[in-house]
Ligand binder design. Structure first.
Ligand code: 26M
Length: 825
């Protein structure tokens, strides 16, 4: 056997330094004789990757030998952010690497800043997938993540005088130091073509375009364990033998490279705009590439381990979780492989598919529920369209046979939506609910809404499928590593650092919540985090904020339902109020810095207007010498995982103020509470459970309840709503051009009756405005009492144990996947 290679150990900073120097010479992507901070980062990452690869190899060797049931998490999005701090932290090598870099004339703080933020996702759904990988590795689960290797991740946001502008972000510009290309792991992926029927009746999909999917692995280390799992992302390629050399040599250069261009497009960008037919087709190709390549990989692993294959064993070895409907094609693809390639009959294939696949829903917003044109689907994936139609047909038969009373609703329940003959559609969520053995929502309220509203009739058919898995976040990235100061205090008071993998232990802080000493230490750590964030804002954004003010933060995608508009309207009201005060009165207010961050979809005009309004209000307020010592408004540009890691630990108040019933869960609310930031929020998504855990006295609650929303909307429509005069005053103030002459009318109009732009204040901003102002007054009053605020802050952290993604993943593993631990000795 080849002897194992020794790698850096915690006590050995000399060994680590030597390893970094080695990589600066032999793994370098740069000219020799330079060892500036950028080279130092790549050499450090290469050194860390060595250790990860070794653990990765051991892990999968162990999985191979033990042959447990494995879980595959399919997701079109992973919002990984940076990896260095997390990797050395999980390996227990943070101090060793810091000391080694010092020996080499560098500083770990600066070196880690060199890393690009890998943003292969849009928001909460993608970040959840990344937190889940961290927990699956830490919990020693035999697991894989599968995704796509987009060349351009989420766009870079730049704020100009016009508002938000988008630029391509090339995270692979200087290549990623973490990925390992697997030239031995490639699969063919077919598009278009036709279905051929054999003499024995077996159907076969042939012809069309065949691309190749090539695997790249990103190692995902667990915390305090050798287990290191893989995020496997696919890249579309054209195999050399398909390159038309004859055409090229005949001078038809462009023709010869056509297929290559088509392959490049597939993995070019995350979620390309799907307003055009081409955009839609590309998105569907992406989805199928993920499903086809991942399933082939899963099959090859299954076959490799089983000498004699009993297909019925498949669900005992494989669990597939679909992160939303984006990988739904895994369902007809699994059916196709089992029937057409392996020769199983429908019923056997159906039982296997259904027992293998589970589906997570992440939204009830109708415009976000995926529907694909049957025509497009039949063209790109003819055999899959046949299978989907057969699933639909059998579903109709089942309902007619077992639930005749549902027949009047059948059309609305079917997988195929044929209501408009010009535009026949496939409802992807219905395909998932009909086919999967498990359907889960992501917070208690959301899961109830799935059962009672969105999927109520399916629930009556299959109550046993429906379950809740309240989201969670990884306490490693979102507390241990992003706030080492607060972490040290927690460890000191709990007399253990076991909370990092057993977050329920945080409840042990409750007994010290009123302890003066702890409160002082807590306050000092929060202040240090505020100073650090203020430095960032000055250096990167060029705005000066005072760390002695209340840091009030709302960071999330910009969306009408998340109601950044409600926030900024109340800021405008605050501005007016302070402006009208006497100097004595002003001196008595609580000075605040209100910060916003988030990206608007490039084509979402209302969201972009909200961004513009925030920046315009900031320009006026921050330059008003009478007001700016008491109120500042900052738009943090290009919000991403890295910015979140700085902002959340610095936050004292965070806003989670969606219209009740619309935010499936939210996950930043959990990160803020974990970091001792108080929440002002509605009874929506996971807010409800957070409030339950940390205690209602420690939560600034306001707003309509989900149950009341439909009635309130109706009353609004009937003209029964009487707006608060302060609401009218704020809108008039914007109309007076107080914040410039940008056309805000579409935003304001949407808050009125039923107009061209709005849906008659569909998001109930006017309805919730007075309650929100009252809650904000309560915030100010509470902040004046420092001891009380500190106590509430400590209790927020103490009550956050439930929101570890370790808890969430344990529940998935036990209740959906039936997958157990498989720890590398
Ligand atoms: C985008 C633009 C215009 C209209 C709708 C959308 C849109 C909204 C939601 C697209 C997709 C959506 O759902 C997917 C999603 O990201 N859901 C989020 O998933 C998180 C993880 O479970 C939850 O915490 C968030 O509440 C949920 O919104």
């Amino acid at each position: 056997a080849v002897p194992a290679i020794a790698h850096p150990t915690p006590g050995d900073s000399f060994g680590v330094a030597a390893n970094i120097v080695y990589h600066s010479q032999f793994s370098s992507r740069f000219s020799p004789f330079k060892f500036e901070v950028e080279q130092a980062f790549y050499a450090t990452a290469a050194s860390v990757k060595d250790a990860l690869v070794q653990r990765w190899n051991e892990t999968y060797k162990h999985f191979h030998e033990e042959d447990p049931k494995q879980v595959y998490y399919l997701s079109m999005e992973f919002l990984q952010g940076r990896a260095l701090t997390n990797a050395i932290g999980n390996l227990g090598l943070s101090d060793a690497y810091a000391a080694a870099l010092t020996k080499l004339g560098h500083d770990l703080e600066n070196v880690r800043e060199q890393e690009k933020d890998a943003a292969l996702g849009n928001g909460g759904l993608g970040r959840l997938a990344s937190c889940f990988l961290d927990s699956m590795a830490t919990l020693d689960l035999p697991a894989w993540g599968y995704g796509l290797r987009y060349k351009y991740g989420l766009f870079k946001q730049i704020i100009s005088s016009k508002g938000q502008e988008e630029y391509a972000e090339d995270w692979l510009e200087k290549s990623s130091p973490w990925e390992i290309v697997r030239h031995d792991v490639t699969y063919p992926v077919r598009f278009f073509g036709e279905v051929q029927v054999d003499s024995d009746g077996r159907r076969k999909w042939i012809g069309g375009e065949v691309m190749q999917a090539l695997a790249y692995d990103i190692p995902i280390p667990g915390y305090n364990t050798k287990n290191t799992i893989s995020l496997r992302i696919w890249e579309a390629r054209v195999p050399a033998e398909d390159f038309d050399l004859y055409a090229f040599n005949a001078g038809k250069h462009e023709e010869a490279v056509q297929l290559q261009l088509k392959a490049d497009q597939i993995c070019s960008v995350l979620y390309p705009g799907d307003s055009t037919e081409d955009g839609k087709l590309l998105r569907l190709k992406q989805q199928y590439m993920l499903c086809s390549a991942s399933l082939q990989d899963i099959f090859s692993r299954f076959k490799e381990r089983r000498g004699a294959i009993s297909w019925d064993e498949f669900p005992n070895k494989v669990a597939v979780q679909l992160n939303d409907t984006h990988p739904t094609l895994a369902i007809p693809e699994l059916m196709r492989i089992l029937m057409d390639d392996e020769g199983l009959g429908w019923d056997q294939a159906w039982n296997i598919t259904s027992s293998t696949i589970a589906y997570t829903n992440h939204t009830v917003l109708p415009e976000a529920l995926e529907k694909w044109s049957q025509v497009v689907m039949a063209k790109l994936l003819p055999r899959h369209m046949e299978i989907i139609a057969e699933i639909d047909k059998r579903f109709q038969v089942l309902v007619a046979r077992t639930r005749p009373e549902l027949e009047s609703k059948l059309e609305a329940l079917q997988v195929l939506d044929n209501s408009n003959p010009e535009k026949k559609l496939v409802r992807m969520a219905h395909l998932c609910v009909v086919s999967a053995h498990s359907v889960n929502g992501v917070a208690e309220l959301h899961s109830e809404i799935l059962k009672k509203e969105l999927f109520s009739d399916f629930y009556s058919l299959w109550p046993e499928k429906f379950n809740n898995k309240t989201n969670g976040v990884t306490p490693r990235r979102w507390l241990r590593f992003c706030s080492p100061e607060l972490s040290a205090i927690i460890t000191k008071w709990l007399r253990t650092d076991k909370w990092v993998t057993n977050l329920d232990l945080l409840s042990g802080l409750r007994e010290f919540a009123e302890n003066k000493q702890l409160q002082e230490e807590w306050n000092a750590a929060k202040l240090a985090n505020k100073v650090r964030f203020a430095d960032y804002l000055l250096k990167v954004v060029g705005v000066e904020v005072n760390p002695q003010t209340l840091f009030d933060i709302q960071i999330k995608r910009i969306h009408e339902y998340k109601r950044q508009l409600l926030n900024i309207l109340s800021v405008i009201y605050r501005y007016k109020t302070i402006k009208e005060m006497s100097p004595e009165e002003r001196a008595n207010t609580v000075p605040r810095t209100v910060m916003f961050g988030g990206k608007a979809f490039a084509t979402y005009a209302q969201a972009k207007r909200i961004v513009k309004l925030v920046t315009d209000v900031g320009a006026v307020v921050n330059n008003d010498p009478n007001v700016s010592p008491h109120l500042k408004v900052v738009f943090i540009p290009n919000y991403n995982v890295t910015v979140a890691e700085l902002a959340i630990p610095a936050s004292e108040l965070s806003q989670h103020i969606s219209t009740a019933g619309m935010e499936a869960s939210g996950t930043s609310n959990m990160k803020f509470a974990l970091n001792g930031s108080l929440i002002i929020g509605t009874l929506d998504g996971a807010n409800i459970e957070i409030r339950e855990e940390i205690g209602e006295d420690n939560f600034f609650l306001f707003g309509a309840r989900a149950d009341d929303v439909p009635r309130l909307r109706k009353e609004r429509e009937q003209g029964k709503f009487v707006p608060d005069p302060r609401f009218e005053e704020v809108k008039d103030f914007i109309r007076s051009k107080a914040f410039g002459d940008f056309d805000y009318e579409p935003l304001l109009e949407a808050l009125e009756g039923d107009t061209g732009y709005g849906r008659g204040d569909y998001f109930l901003v006017g309805q919730d405005f007075p309650g929100y102002l009252d809650a904000q007054d309560k915030v100010d009053e509470t902040y004046k009492n420092r001891a009380k605020w500190m106590k509430m802050s400590i209790l927020s952290t103490a009550g956050s144990g439930k929101f570890s993604s370790d808890r969430t993943i344990s529940q998935y593993a036990n209740e959906i996947w039936q997958v157990g631990q498989c720890r590398v000795p």
